[in-house]
Design a protein around this ligand. Structure first.
Ligand SMILES: [Zn+2]
Length: 827
């Protein structure tokens, strides 16, 4: 039978087919009943291509980019023949309706619904559902397409999907085994959920650190759909979840968005009730953190929703769950198809109202803060501008010389002197509610129980001075870009050291074999004062570089790096360039642990940081191999967040310590610190919560258990740490630093070692921190260094690479690699 179907496809595929009856069903196309096998990513895309060929008047498929592993990213536009013909006009009309494009919008009241599938690669039922949804829209729901453009992203994370499916296909038995202990239900590290760099793409919408997100946002912001659904899966014992979402809702969410979610949910319920399928609403999945596939669209005016089917990477084609039910892929994809179609139905039936209410969302004249003003390091301002550009958020330069308002540095009212370099972001612009969500100092939390971090305010994340002003600050369009400098022949060249741009410049020099020095003390030369960490490139050090000046010029220009020329090694104020306080940067060989025991997210952050941000080589070593590898090949070993109990056996711990004593450097991030806290030879120790706090927990009523527990939590909150910026780990920083704390585990200050950054207060600048958790936080470590023999253990209690968005923390890691305990030696 399968062969016959394939033959028919081949035969009929060569004729133009235009009627609904001749559209291949997914099962016909795939050669198996949909849901009885997992379809590889290319099969999903090929099905969409086939349907486009069959009904070109109603389906338009476009590629919007590709992944790290070079798989294509696609969007399908599905609508009536008339609408597909006028697609560009419909898109422009929509933008005109909300002020993102000049001109009068001719009200055509067409609903734009965007359905996103499989952002988590191992939540694999959804791309199957995408195929069936496409088929059903065209064959059964033509009526809705008359006034609705449906945009389908069938596979947002193809690298993750194929990682899962390739593993499943090579692992599963035939027929599939419903015993959950079977290997086909237990994915190996890192699992198929994340993308190539092991990022969670459903936490990346705002930060856009990943290519999938970056390319998607370009199209998303060109379209600005009215409804956006992100299809997911949850644990195998959960039923189905759909809107309305749980509290907390961010304040930018309008009453209409709340109400219409409920209407959509009720429509789904009608279909689910008819089949007797279980579901829940208004619990667990909130709308607060802005970087999700539901909140991002919501803060951009859409009905942004998450739908969750029970299943996930564990479910395979079928699994026996705790409720005595065999959950199958067929069932999972059927539910997702039903909720998807019900969403399109609701959009179509309410198209006019969707357009009207969508337009109202973009009136931002009544927001409390009218302007956010930021000043500081030019590189940091530039990287903030790059982020704003990704969301088509506009900004200008200040024309005022002083602003007053809420001062981010103090958390109080105050004023700030500025000049024309200060950046002004106005709230009264079409993307104003997103501006508010990203900039405001402290988002209002209607409920402390949330699914994610509660603080992300951009001025803190980018290390900029900032004011939030309730009056509009005068501004004008931005000044043109800085001019590139041409270096001339002299003794040496000095670069500042404050930002990731400076770090990239150093990495580029090392890659080209330059010898670079850095200063551990401030010095003055040619009437310029250079701070700690400044890089020095002398002609004398670099005689081995052919065309030294030309090469340096090229690198500096490529990186848009400004260098100050010095004409002598004799400084006006010491140290001189030849001083022992000015050291050679070693060309560090860096390794990182990956695999079982490490957090795949944290490992991925390190991997992505080296490859895509710093552009510096990194060797990844599997934890399974730790016992047998030769550590002497590396200067630095990074331990991402993780649980290393099984990795650091007694033998392996001895091996690690011996390597450090001989001069090696360990950089331990977040949970990796647990491997050393309270252990022999280490001065790192936990700071425990008080006993009376614990006792109180025992009196908690059962119904209050979750809420009471949240008193012990910190769910991503911003604190101000004291910094010893004379320590090389803090070169380039001020004497205080806003840190994002992701959990309540606290470590005492080091007795022997350097407390490079630590909390000497427990003021919460933004986000949620439970009362109990706060009690033990005063006088605790944020970053520190402990010597052992010739080497060091460097502790990063707070993970500065978390989701790659805390821009201002990244230099601490770079300093740890290149400047801390800098034993320049050849391996
Ligand atoms: Zn998910």
């Amino acid at each position: 039978m399968q062969k016959l179907i394939l033959v028919l496809i081949v035969v009929f595929g060569s004729f133009p087919l235009t009627t609904a009856q001749t559209i291949s069903s997914p099962s016909d196309f795939l050669g198996y009943e949909i849901g009885t096998q997992f379809s590889r990513n290319h099969q999903v895309i090929d099905y969409f291509k086939t349907v486009e060929k069959q009904v070109p008047n109603q389906v338009k498929l476009e590629t919007y980019g590709k992944t790290n592993e070079r798989r294509g990213l696609y969007l399908a536009y599905i609508s009536s023949e008339e609408n597909i013909k006028n697609l560009e006009t419909i898109r422009e009309n929509n933008l005109k309706n909300i002020g993102l494009l000049d001109g009068e919008s001719s009200a055509d009241d067409i609903a734009i619904v965007w359905l996103s599938y499989n952002v988590h690669g191992n939540e694999a039922s959804s791309s199957e559902a995408a195929m069936l949804t496409l088929f059903k829209l065209l064959t059964e729901k033509q009526e809705w397409l008359k006034n609705t453009v449906v945009i389908i992203d069938p596979s947002m994370n193809p690298d993750g999907r194929d990682r899962y499916i390739n593993w499943y296909n090579e692992t599963a038995s035939q027929p599939y085994d419903i015993d959950r202990q079977a290997s086909e239900h237990n994915e190996p590290w890192p699992g198929g959920r994340p993308n190539h760099y092991l990022f969670d793409l459903n936490r990346d919408w705002v930060w856009a650190s990943q290519v999938e997100t970056q390319q998607r946002l370009e199209v998303y912001n060109k379209w600005m759909p009215h409804v956006h659904v992100d299809f997911h899966e949850q644990g195998i014992n959960e039923p189905y979840y759909f809107a309305p979402a749980a509290e907390p809702f961010h304040e930018v969410i309008t009453d209409w968005q709340r109400d219409f979610q409920t209407e959509i949910g009720k429509n789904h319920a009608k279909y689910f009730d008819a089949e007797g399928w279980l579901f829940f609403t208004r619990e667990r999945f909130d709308l607060f953190y802005p970087s999700y596939g539901d909140t991002y669209p919501t803060f951009m005016g859409a009905m942004g929703m998450t739908y969750e089917q029970g299943g996930h990477g564990m479910a395979g084609l079928g699994i026996f769950n705790d409720e005595g039910h065999v959950l199958t892929l067929v069932e999972r994809l059927t539910h997702h198809t039903t909720s998807g179609l019900s969403t399109v139905e609701m959009a179509s039936k309410n198209a006019k109202q969707l357009n009207t209410e969508f337009a109202k969302f973009f009136d931002n004249s009544n927001l409390k803060y009218k302007s956010y003003v930021l000043k500081g390091n030019e590189d940091k301002l530039n990287s903030l501008k790059t982020l704003l550009n990704k969301h088509h958020i506009t900004f200008e330069n200040a024309t005022a010389s002083k602003v007053s308002g809420m001062n981010y540095a103090t958390g109080k009212q105050g004023s700030l002197n500025i000049d024309s370099r200060a950046l002004v972001v106005h709230a009264n612009q079409p993307k104003g509610k997103m501006v508010k969500a990203l900039f405001e100092p402290n988002a209002k939390l209607s409920d402390s129980l949330t699914y994610d971090i509660t603080a992300w305010s951009l001025p803190y994340a980018y290390g900029l001075e900032a004011m939030a002003s309730t009056t509009k600050i005068p501004s004008e369009e931005l000044l043109s870009k800085k001019e590139l400098q041409t270096l001339t022949d002299t003794y040496g060249y000095v670069s500042k050291w404050n930002s990731m741009d400076d770090a990239q410049f150093l990495a580029a020099l090392l890659k080209h074999n330059f010898k670079v020095r850095f200063t551990e003390k401030p010095f003055t030369s040619n009437n310029n004062k250079f701070e700690r960490g400044s890089l020095i490139i002398t002609k004398g050090d670099n005689k081995h570089i052919k065309n030294f000046l030309e090469t340096l010029n090229t690198i500096a220009q490529e990186q848009a790096q400004h260098l100050t020329q010095i004409n002598s090694g004799f400084s006006q104020t010491t140290p001189d360039i030849g001083s022992p306080d000015i050291k050679l940067v070693n060309n560090q060989k860096v390794a990182v642990l990956s695999g079982e025991g490490t957090s795949s997210l944290s490992y991925g952050e390190v991997w992505h940081f080296f490859e895509q941000q710093l552009h510096y080589p990194l060797t990844s070593i599997n934890t399974d191999d730790f016992g047998s590898i030769n550590l002497d090949k590396y200067h630095v070993l990074i331990l991402p967040n993780g649980n290393y109990r099984k990795v650091f056996t007694e033998d392996n711990m001895t091996k690690l310590k011996d390597w450090v004593r001989a001069g090696g450097k360990v950089i331990a991030i977040d949970g990796a610190l647990r491997s050393f806290a309270g252990k022999d030879n280490f001065s790192l120790n936990y700071k425990k919560q008080e006993d009376d706090v614990k006792k109180k927990d025992n009196l908690t009523a059962y119904a209050d258990r979750e809420r009471e527990y949240s008193n012990n939590l910190i769910t991503g909150a911003i604190f101000n740490a004291k910094v010893d910026n004379t320590h090389p780990m803090a070169f380039g920083y001020d004497d205080n630093y806003f840190t994002l704390k992701l959990g309540s585990t606290a470590y005492s200050l080091l007795d022997s070692g350097y407390n490079v950054a630590y909390l000497n207060n427990t003021k919460v600048y933004s986000g949620f921190a439970g009362q109990n958790a706060l009690k033990s936080l005063d006088q605790t470590l944020v970053f520190g260094e402990e010597h052992m023999g010739n080497g060091s253990f460097i502790y990063m209690v707070d993970n500065t690479l978390f989701r790659s968005f805390w821009e201002n923390g990244k230099l601490f890691l770079v300093n740890s690699i290149f400047m801390v305990n800098n034993n320049a030696y050849e391996l």
